[in-house]
Write a protein that binds this ligand. Sequence first.
Ligand code: SAM
Length: 316
Amino acid sequence: MKLNDPYGRKFKTLRVSLLNTCNLNCFYCTMGSEEDINFDHRPQKSAGFFSRIISRLHENLDLETIRLTGGEPLLYRELPELVRNLKLIGIPKISMTSNGYLLARQVAALYEAGLQSINVSLDAMDEASFYKMAKRKHLDRVLNGIETAINAGIEVKLNAVIMKGMNEDQIIPLLDYAFSKNIPIRFLEVMSMGHLHHESDKYLFSQQELLDTIATKYNFKRLPRTVSATSNYWQITAGNTFGIIANNSEPFCSDCSRLRLDAEGNMYGCLSNSNPIELNPADNDCVLQEKLQLAMSQKQLHHFVGSELSMLQIGG
Ligand code: SAM
């Protein structure tokens, strides 16, 4: 099926939120509550359920990448089994976005199952800032997870959300850490999702402010943007690169190729649209294609407006 919109956009990457439960309480997702409020008591959908839906989507879209996320995907019970299934379905690239807290002990099984890359969300390099952002102790667990994954041969990238008044002092330490490990890092502008839907401006640390901060230590030049990339990239004189995902300053909606599936099997064509499109593994091709057209029509063209849904629900 050739599904694209008048602007030539296709769905090539599917982000799957496996569950709405998380073991961290990051401020941008959940207001940084001290309580464990991120626990979804509904049973997790099975690996078989996700595999059937993804297989149907792949038949229709010829997907290039699946990114497993959540909630925290390492809390999903059948994670290695699902990765194995996705390999069998023929998905070319299987990746995961994780906070890395439980990564070290799961790396071997995930690597064996066929997981190729992990984006680790890391917003701080010191214990106090880590606690401020995530309301959890033991940053060392995340760093250990990163080390273990690198040593196992999994590609690791870092994502850091920088929020004004919260962790802008962590930009240089994060960059130094990434350079020392020779792993790519991207800084994210905060997005107007969930409880920040109407007040993300208060916390926005813009692309320009990020560049100004990095310029206090490094010289760099901008690299050309590749089609469909979420991130702008710069190269420092020594050769390392860093990226900025500038949802606010330079939204990249016009060539976005992402489709999202939530933990209940609902599909979304855009982060800025909170109307779920319910999928059923038993949908025939005609029904599925109508639903995909609907998801495509949800895409924005220029502006990222966000939604009341937090990334915990729609999948970050
Ligand atoms: N638990 C996993 C993790 O921490 O990577 C996966 C889910 S989490 C929702 C994925 C990522 O979404 C976060 O780490 C963060 O980078 C991003 N995110 C969530 N809410 C955000 C917001 N309001 N603004 C910017 N990024 C956000």
